[in-house]
Design a binder for this molecule. Structure first.
Ligand SMILES: Cc1cc2nc3c(=O)[nH]c(=O)nc-3n(C[C@H](O)[C@H](O)[C@H](O)COP(=O)(O)OP(=O)(O)OC[C@H]3O[C@@H](n4cnc5c(N)ncnc54)[C@H](O)[C@@H]3O)c2cc1C
Length: 401
């Protein structure tokens, strides 16, 4: 049965996230964005609103909400600013849900429960200076010495790198497979701030997501207990792709919120601004741009809802998630470019939010699979070169009302 109604608990999450965006993000965001400054209070506010662990199982300190609720929260947060949605993308999408799915009970007790309760913040480190789209091009190694692994390498462009307490890191454990570029030589590790040899830093001078922290993680002989290996040796690539399925979903839903923010800003401005003795809302070419935002919003939303529906059923959803992410990011970029256009010269200044939307929209076509990577994925599904198969484990099952 298909229903376009949200449940009461989904609406409650939406309401909480919308309120947080309205009260805690929108009033101050231009100040932080302009100063390229991360706002540490935001994490506290998100924690206080129970937004850091709400879709993790109650057994691990979360609230057991479903994946549609996660999408709704992302939409509302990115309506406020992309930097807020990015927190959910890394902390929940790329880290907590995968740890809940792939880690053992002892690892979950230590590295998931504090995240679900909002006491610790976590992120995901795959990208390196020389490898982003080409994940098997990473150079970080994890060499086993007794009951430890020695990690060496550098992760780059990592959201919340300089803020997070826990990191899910990918490294080669099989050096022959590294040489052969065989992804079965990659493994995933849980590491934490404070481990000797681990340092982090912030990247400055970004085009967008200026109010968010993005940085690097350097590892020099970081001794990681063997007990921190997630899954088995050689499962790292599968785990990384699983992480991306959840992260991309949050980006799809978030970008949908950005399209709505563009549309709302333009609707307001188009009624206020007059040219040729009438509001610009009455000019057909302005209407055309707003109509594009309206359509982009509606179909981006349907696509992430479909992916979320499959997640709720614990069915493979890489194909649907990739499509939702690709289209929502494409539409968000188009909507933000047109939002600047609708505002004319005012849109070119930070007096209005649309220039921030424009800069922020660009990042989402790069991270979590570039526009080109998703284009290729969708072509490969259509051509029969690629198909989704069930994994040995799946997302936490959620109770549905
Ligand atoms: C704000 C921000 C936050 C990020 N956060 C994180 C994070 O938390 N964790 C993390 O691990 N990473 C993160 N990233 C990194 C991000 O995932 C990578 O930047 C992304 O995967 C692209 O990799 P790259 O930048 O190395 O580009 P490259 O892979 O070098 O690609 C360069 C260009 O070539 C194109 N290209 C590459 N391969 C192909 C191909 N086969 N066919 C056609 N075109 C191709 C790409 O589409 C792109 O246009 C973040 C990046 C940004 C900008």
């Amino acid at each position: 049965m298909i229903s376009f109604e949200f449940t009461d608990s989904q609406l409650e999450v939406q309401r909480m996230a919308r309120e947080l965006a309205a009260k805690k993000i929108i009033p101050t965001i231009s100040e932080y964005d302009r100063a390229h400054k991360y706002n540490p209070q935001l994490l506290k506010d998100m924690g206080a609103a129970d937004l850091l662990g709400f879709c993790l199982p109650e057994k691990y300190g979360g609230m057991g909400m479903d994946y549609i609720s996660l999408g709704l929260a992302c939409e509302e947060l990115e309506y406020g600013d992309t930097s807020a949605r990015v927190v959910l993308s890394v902390h929940i999408g790329l880290y907590s849900l995968p740890v809940c799915t792939w880690a053992n009970e002892a690892q979950k007790e230590k590295y998931l429960v504090p995240c679900a309760k909002g006491e610790k913040i976590a992120t995901f480190g795959l990208t390196e200076p020389a490898a982003g789209s080409d994940a098997v091009g990473i150079q970080t190694t994890a060499v086993k010495k007794g009951d430890r692994y020695l990690l060496n390498g550098e992760k780059m462009w990592i959201s919340l790198a300089d803020v997070a307490d826990y990191f899910l890191i990918f490294a080669w454990t099989d050096l022959d497979k590294k040489k052969a570029r065989d992804h079965k030589g990659l493994s995933a590790f849980l590491i934490e701030r404070g481990m000797p040899g681990l340092t982090t830093g912030t990247i400055h001078g970004k085009l967008g997501v200026r109010a968010g922290n993005t940085g690097y993680i350097a590892m020099t002989d970081v001794e990681v207990p063997a007990a921190n290996l997630v899954g088995s040796e050689g499962e790292g690539f599968k785990i990384a792709m699983f992480c991306l399925d959840q992260g991309r979903y949050t980006v799809a839903a978030g970008s949908t919120g950005l399209i709505r923010a563009c549309r709302d800003a333009c609707v307001k401005y188009a009624h206020e601004r007059e040219t040729f003795q009438k509001p610009i809302a009455e000019h057909q070419l302005v209407k055309q741009m707003i109509a594009g935002m309206e359509a982009g919003y509606e179909y981006s939303r349907l696509l992430w809802l479909k992916a979320g529906w499959k997640k709720n059923l614990c069915e493979p959803n890489t194909r649907e998630t990739s499509l939702a992410k690709w289209i929502a990011c494409r539409e968000a970029e188009a909507a933000a470019a047109n939002a600047v256009q609708v505002h004319g010269a005012h849109g070119f200044s930070d007096e209005y939010p649309v220039e921030r939307f424009y800069r922020n929209s660009k990042g989402a076509s790069i991270y979590e699979g570039t526009r080109e990577i998703h284009t290729l994925m969708q072509a490969d599904y259509a051509l029969g070169f690629r198909e989704d198969k069930p994994l040995r484990t799946h997302l936490p099952i959620v109770e549905q009302e």
